[in-house]
Design a protein around this ligand. Structure first.
Ligand SMILES: *Cc1c(COP(=O)(O)O)cnc(C)c1O
Length: 458
């Protein structure tokens, strides 16, 4: 009998005690966040209407280790440490000499890595006396994570859900409602910005950038409410580093070191969560790895966007951050990996790409679904369409290992399961999925609208 797979499990006492902050190991500090009005670096007071001070502190911290509060570790124990698997049956199916490992974040309530930061954010908001969180969600994973974390810590949650997903994925909405959140389709009539968008285009199917504007407006306008973001920002990536820290320990249990580390990238948080603890080792001279960030060809911020200051939202309400961007007016094509349809990339991931520390790949929708189905048939787990981007490149690497006759150890992040994405799988199996290449003219046009600020600030 061949091994189906090997599972590397850690006990609850091995949940990391601190988050790993990559800012401590960077030779070049990240570019400052700028005030949209003045073009000057923002101070803590500028961000205070949106975030509690503890999170603002983490956003700019350069301490290598940030302690994880006890109640957050206790909540993590519901599903952490997450398992690491060796994919023996996928290796056999590919007939590859490569060893393939994956860290599985789909074991969380909600089914993705996102509760890792939602729980921490809910905790720090509760500590600061906040009563209510406003947030956006694209595919619904982030909204589910905040709704669940809000239920854990007794916070009200309002979710602005991109209209296209609201209509396509009612069960995600229902899950948020089960956890007690209030969910509206975005653009909505409950914010000034939403009304403005609907006035111009009553049939708008929305975008993550629009939904962020609505949630920010909601939070800025209410004393009892703060805003919560599920990716991109430094403190979000920081919280996700529990993934990579556990993976380092689990790879040691397996007696191997990864050569290639792969993650899909929407805003960059699950990739960073797995990769940054390994990047830190490399920056400190303790290891050497190839890092690969995989994005959809329909939203190619890292591979085709420009590295410059831009807004995080369409309504131009957020501070300006330096990142790879397709322009804040970007309206993505309707690919099914909803969690990857965002115009920007985390500043920390963008910086590492600029420095040549990580590589980026853009892949098409049909090939990612083929990879996801292949993975499910070998390993049993149905991957989220987002995660299948990482699977696609992991398979490519394994096939290349076979062609070149070289062994290699591949580690990728299986960021979530696809149980709420059956509509997309149905279309994939029926051969009704399309590929979308984002047109160059549209990138150029969207970048026209990006402000020419921050050039003097560095
Ligand atoms: C949200 C999501 C992503 C993309 O977000 P990142 O911040 O880039 O990680 C990827 N995979 C899953 C399962 C998600 O829910």
């Amino acid at each position: 009998m061949t091994r189906s797979h090997t599972k590397y499990l850690l006990g609850e006492e091995r949940i990391p005690r601190s988050y790993y902050n990559i800012a401590a190991d960077l030779a070049v500090p990240p570019a400052p966040v700028l005030h949209p009005g003045t073009g000057q670096p923002v101070g803590p007071d500028d961000l205070a209407p949106l975030f509690p001070m503890a999170l603002i502190g983490q956003e700019v911290s350069t301490e290598r280790e940030v302690e994880i509060p006890g109640p957050v570790r206790e909540a993590y124990a519901l599903y952490r440490p997450s398992p690491l698997f060796r994919a023996h049956r996928l290796e056999a199916a590919l007939d590859t000499p490569a060893h393939i490992y994956y860290k599985y974040e789909g074991v969380s309530p909600g089914g993705s890595h996102k509760p890792n930061t939602a729980i921490a954010q809910a905790f720090y908001n509760k500590e600061a006396g906040v009563k209510r969180l406003a947030t956006e969600t694209g595919a619904g994973q982030w909204g589910s994570a905040v709704a669940f974390a809000g239920a854990l810590f007794g916070l009200e949650v309002k979710v602005y859900m991109v209209r296209a997903s609201y209509d396509q994925k009612p069960y995600r909405r229902n899950l948020m409602e089960v956890y007690g959140a209030e969910v509206v389709a975005s653009p909505s009539l409950t914010t000034e910005y939403g009304k403005r968008v609907l006035n111009e285009d009553p049939d708008s199917t929305g975008s993550l950038g629009i939904a962020i504007s609505e949630a920010v407006e909601d939070a800025a306008g209410r004393e009892d409410t703060k805003y919560s973001l599920g990716s991109v920002l430094n403190h979000v990536l920081l919280h996700q580093t529990v993934i990579g820290q556990e993976a380092i320990e689990q790879m040691a249990m397996a007696g191997e070191e990864p050569d290639v580390i792969i993650g899909c990238t929407g805003g960059g948080s699950n990739f960073a969560g797995l990769a940054f603890p390994f990047v830190g080792r490399q920056l400190r001279g303790e290891g050497s790895y190839r890092f690969m960030a995989v994005e959809p060809a329909a939203a190619p911020s890292l591979t085709r966007g420009e590295y410059r200051y831009d807004f995080g939202d369409t309504g131009q309400m957020t501070p300006l951050v330096k990142m790879h961007t397709l322009g804040h007016d970007f309206i993505p094509q309707p690919i099914h990996a909803g969690g990857l349809r965002y115009h920007g990339m985390a500043p920390l991931v963008s910086l590492l790409k600029e420095q040549g520390i990580i590589e980026a790949r853009a892949v098409h929708q049909t090939e990612t679904f083929e990879a996801g189905v292949r993975f499910a048939r070998a390993e049993g787990i149905l991957p989220a369409p987002e995660s299948s981007h990482a699977i696609k490149v992991a398979i490519d690497e394994a096939v290349r290992a076979k062609e070149e006759g070289t062994a290699r150890v591949i580690l990728f992040n299986l960021s979530g399961h696809g149980h709420f994405d059956m509509g997309a799988y149905e279309r994939s199996i029926a051969g009704r999925l399309e590929d979308h290449e984002y047109p160059e003219e549209r990138i150029a046009a969207a970048l026209e609208a990006v402000p020419a600020v921050g050039v003097a600030a560095r």
